[in-house]
Design a protein around this ligand. Sequence first.
Ligand SMILES: CC(=O)N[C@H]1[C@@H](OP(=O)(O)O)O[C@H](CO)[C@@H](O)[C@@H]1O
Ligand SMILES: [Mg+2]
Length: 493
Amino acid sequence: MITASHNPVEDNGVKMVEPDGGMMPQSFEPIAAELASCTDAVAVLAVLRERVFAGVAIPAPRPPHVTVLVGHDTRPSAPHLLVAALDGIRALGVHAQSIGCVTTPQLHFLVHAVNASAAPANGPATPELQSYFDTILGAFLQLQAPAAGSGAASGGQTVYVDCANGVGAVQLQPLVPALAGVGVELRLRNTGGGQLNHQCGADFVQKDRKPPSDFEDVPAGARCCSIDGDADRLVYFSPVEGRQGSARGLMLLDGDKVAMLAAVYIRDIMNQLPPDLLAGIQVCCVQTAYANGAATAYLRDVLKLPTVCTPTGVKYLHEAAHGADLGIYFESNGHGTVLFSQELLKRLREAGDHPAAKELLLLARLINQTVGDAISGLLLVELILRRKGWTLADWEALYTDLPSRQLKLKVADRSTITTADAERVCVTPAGLQDAIAQTVSQFPMGRAFARPSGTEDAVRVYAESGSQEQADELARRVAQHVYDMAGGVGPRP
Ligand SMILES: CC(=O)N[C@H]1[C@@H](OP(=O)(O)O)O[C@H](CO)[C@@H](O)[C@@H]1O
Ligand SMILES: [Mg+2]
C-alpha cells in the first residue's frame, strides 16, 4: 500500500500486507529499513540478494499463482511510485496488479479475501472491491434492523464526516445512498478540494483538539467524525462554541471512547449467550500508555474486563488482541479493531439460531478482522449508538477523561532514552525516571511518561492530572527533565 497515512501530502511511504491480510512481520522491519535507506538501484539489488533472496537467482523462477496487489492513496506522488512498484515486483519475476485508489484496510481485507477463498483452477480469485462493501456494509444493514418489539430508535441522524481530503472521500461514497436508506445521512466534508491531512483528518482533530477546516458551518453539537489520509483511523467529535468570541473547540470521542463503546455493546450481547458457550472464552481489552487513565479505570472498575498495556504501535496491540478469543484494541488516536478467534466463531456458529450468537457473527463481518478500519469503525459506532438510542453526549458520559497533555521535544540522540513496562518507565538515562516520578508525585491524579517516538526524530511526553493547567504544567516539567538529562537541543521547554 503506497501511503504515508496521516502525514503531510509531500511525504509518501509503503505499508506491507502479508498473505493472510495481516501487518508486516516485525522480523522484516530491519530489512525494510535497509531497503528504505538505499540511495540507488544497485544498493537495492544488493540488499535483496543478501537479505531476501539469499541463494536464489533474481529474477526467481516465477512462482505460479502468486500475485502482489498494489493499492495507493490520493497523494500526487502515487502514480509514479505505483509504476515503480509494479516494475520492481515484475523485475523479480512476480505477477503484480494495481487495484487503484483504495483505503489501507480495504487492501488488507482484499488480500485476506483472495487467499481465504478457494482458488479457481486457473489461479487465485480476482480481488473485487465490491466484496468488501458486501461484507461490511451488508452486515451493518442486517444488524441495524431493530429486532421486532425492541423499540430501538430509528429516527434520522446526520453525520458530518471529515475525509481528510484523502481516499476515504472516494471509498465512503457507496455508503452514502445505502445509509440514507436507513435514516443515516452522511455529509462528506474535506473530500479533496483542500490539502491532504492539512488542518483536517483524525490526527489533526485528536492532537490539536480543534474542528477541522470546512466545518465552520457545521452547527455546535452536531455528530461529526474524522478519518485519516488512508482511512485506518477514526475519531468522533462535536463542535463546541468558544467562550465569548474565542475560537470553537470540540468534544472529542477518541479511540479510547470508541473502544469503550464497543466493549459495552459486546459485553451486553455476550451476557445474553448461554454460559456454557462462553466457558473458557477469554475477552481482553488492549491499550497503550496513552490511553486516558479514566478509560483504563472504567474498564477495570465498571466493565470489569481484563486489560493489557502494550508499547505504542498497532502491531503490538494487534498481537496482544490476537491472544484472546475476543480482543478489543484501539490506540487513543483512533486506530484499532475488534478481533474474534476461530474458536469463538466456531462456537457461535454451533449455537445455531440463538439471536445473540447470530448478532456476534454479524459483528465479526461488520468489523474488519485484518486491521483497524475507519469505514468499518464508523458503521460500528453508528450501529451501537442507534441500538442504544444514544447521542454523542450519552456516549461521552460513559466516563470523564482526565485532562491530559502531549508534547514533543528534540534531543541530540533519542536512542539514549530506553523504556520498560510498556514504555511507562524510563530505564536510561540514569536518574531520569526518579526525576519524573518525583515530579509526578506533586500533582493530583498525576501520571506521566516520556518515550522516544518510533516514527519521528523526537521524544514524546504525555501527562495527565486533575485539571488542564496541572496536566500542562506536569508535561512541561517532565519535558524539562528530559531536556536536561537526555541532551535536549533548541530552546528549553
Ligand atoms: C502518540 C502517537 O499517536 N503515536 C503514534 C505514532 O507513533 P510514535 O512511535 O509515537 O511516533 O505513529 C504510529 C504510526 O502511525 C502510531 O501507531 C502511534 O500511535
Ligand atoms: Mg492511517
